[in-house]
Structures are given as C-alpha cells and as structure tokens.
Design a protein around this ligand. Structure first.
Ligand code: GRG
Length: 289
C-alpha cells in the first residue's frame, strides 16, 4: 500500500536526520528542530527516494537530499505558523513550535533547519562530484528562496491586503512558488544525482505540485481540518481566493484529476518502473490530511 511506503520512507529520513544532528548541543532549539521534522507525511523526502530509485541511485546517497528537503519544508512550516505569519496553535494535530517552546526558539529552529538543508546537499558524503552537489544546492536555493517558496509566500501575504481577489492565473503562479517549487525539487533530486534528463520528471512534478495545492484547497472546505491535524490559521478562509472559490468544488476536483492523469502520462519514458510515482500522484488528491 502506498501509505506504508510513504511511512517507511519517512522513518528512514527521520533516522538520517537523527544521525546528522546527533552531535548537536542538548538545547531546546535542537529538540524543536527534531519535533518540527517528524510527524508529517514525508511526501517530499519520499519523492526524492523514489526519483533516485528510478535512476538506480543508491538510497544511501538519496537520503541526503531527502533529509534536506524535509528540513527545508519543516522550516517553512515553523515560520509560517509564527504569530507574525499565520499565527497557528496547531500543526499536525500538535502544538506549533512557538506554542510548545517560544517564538525565539521557533525562529531559531526554522533558521537552523534551513541551514541544515543546504549543509546536507553540499556535504561531500551526499555525492562525490562537486558539480552534482553545486547543482543540488543551487536548485534548492532557487526553489526555496525569493524565486520559489518565499516568493509564493510573499505573494500570498500581499494578496491578503490587496483588497481584490486573485485571478486563477495569479493564484497558479503564487502556488507554483509556495507549494510547487519544493515538490518539484523533490521529484527531480534523484535525476540530478544521476545527472540524467530532467524533462520527464519536471512535467510530472509541476502537475503534481499544482494537484497537491488544489487538493489542499478542497480539504480546507471538505475535510475536518482540525481533527486530521492540518494547520488552521486564525485568518484562514478570510475571503482569500482559492482554486475552489475560483473554479467551484466540482471543477476544482476535475482539474486535480486531469493534472494527475497528465502527471502519470509524463512518466511514459520510465514505463512501469514509475508506477509507484503514479500511485503517489493519485494519493496526493485522495489524501485526507
Ligand atoms: C515561511 C518562507 C515561508 C514559507 C511558508 C509552505 C508554506 C510557505 C506555508 C504552509 C502553508 C500551507 C498549509 C500551505 C499549503 C500546502 C502545504 C505546504 C501543506 C503542508 O504540506 P504537507 O501536507 O505537510 O506535505 P506535512 O505535515 O505532511 O509535512
């Protein structure tokens, strides 16, 4: 079952995280880092492992970027939950980092997780080739910074105060940064490790990222977000445009289905070896959290 594979991947990534942080000081910030990394679905790390498997890259090597992207993802959630952003009390059904510790610890834990992500992909143990490590590091910087996730978050914050709802095109651009950029990087990291052609998995991942966000918007209206552990910001749903509000629920579901079909089709060059990635795409729109 796909969820078993996801869970097993998350455990191996968590074990790598523990090994990579074992020598760090016994301080609240380090405990907060671990707290922020565990307990998620581990989709991004799993995508790295699976993309690597598809290219016959050893898991020992793939665990470095897998752990890196989960660290960057965790940093983004810790900072997104802060009072100056979404002001969330719960994440994954547990107190957010600034609630369990304090704001300063949450800022520092996020900062340290971000630095750790870059440390992991630039560590010579990740890959012997400096060219491959530089490619992973540069692409991760672009995906997570002001060309990617931070851009998406900034556009989202600007939309909150703009007064006029976003158009479909604007929200697609926003989400391609906020959610899509890290998902795309995850799906491509194994290809980068193998120095193979990025095109098929780019087409897959871009559609997967968008489908993920549409599914997230659908879950916000259909799911019992509080009980399944999604973050519920104090300002969430305050008239912000979403794929559901712009397209309507049925058309949003149809669009997500279509994107998953296109994502699966993009994997044709890999044949049946990519069936698990196809399952992942279907999981993304059928998940309950
Ligand atoms: C603070 C720079 C900065 C960016 C924050 C990712 C993000 C940008 C905000 C999170 C807000 C949010 C809920 C976005 C929707 C999509 C998303 C990233 C959901 C969480 O990802 P999952 O479902 O989380 O993969 P788990 O808990 O499984 O790791």
């Amino acid at each position: 079952m796909f969820s078993d594979s996801l869970g097993a991947g998350a455990q191996r990534v968590a074990a790598h995280f523990d090994a990579m942080t074992a020598d760090m000081a016994d301080l609240p910030v380090i405990h907060a880092m671990r707290y922020a990394v565990v307990g998620g679905k581990g989709l991004r790390g799993w995508l790295v492992l699976e993309g690597a498997r598809l290219h016959d890259v050893s898991e020992d090597r793939a665990l470095w970027p897998a752990c890196a992207i989960e660290a960057i993802h965790a940093y983004s959630l810790v900072h997104d939950d802060l009072p100056c952003m979404d002001d969330d009390d719960l994440r994954r059904g547990q107190p957010t980092v600034h609630r369990k510790w304090d704001e300063a610890t949450a800022v520092l834990a996020g900062d340290a997780l971000q630095a750790l992500g870059f440390e992991l992909v630039s560590d010579p143990r990740c890959h012997p080739s400096a060219e491959v490590r530089a490619d992973l590091t540069l692409s991760l910087a672009r995906a997570s910074g002001a060309r990617g996730m931070v851009l998406g978050q900034a556009l989202d914050m600007a939309a909150e105060t703009a007064g006029t709802p976003l158009t479909l095109e604007q929200i697609t651009t926003l989400q391609a940064g906020k959610t899509g950029a890290l998902i795309t990087w995850s799906a491509l990291a194994g290809t980068r490790l193998a120095q193979a052609d990025l095109a098929p998995l780019t087409a897959y991942a871009d559609r997967l990222g968008l489908a993920f966000q549409i599914a997230d918007d659908i879950l916000d209206v259909e799911g019992d977000a509080k009980t399944v552990g999604k973050a519920v910001g104090k300002d969430k749903g305050r008239g912000k445009a979403t794929f559901v509000s712009l397209l309507g629920l049925d058309a949003a579901k149809a669009r997500a289905d279509q994107l998953v079909t296109e994502a699966c089709d993009a994997l044709a060059p890999y044949g049946s070896r990519a069936d698990t990635l196809r399952e992942a795409a279907r999981f993304v729109i059928s998940r309950r959290n």
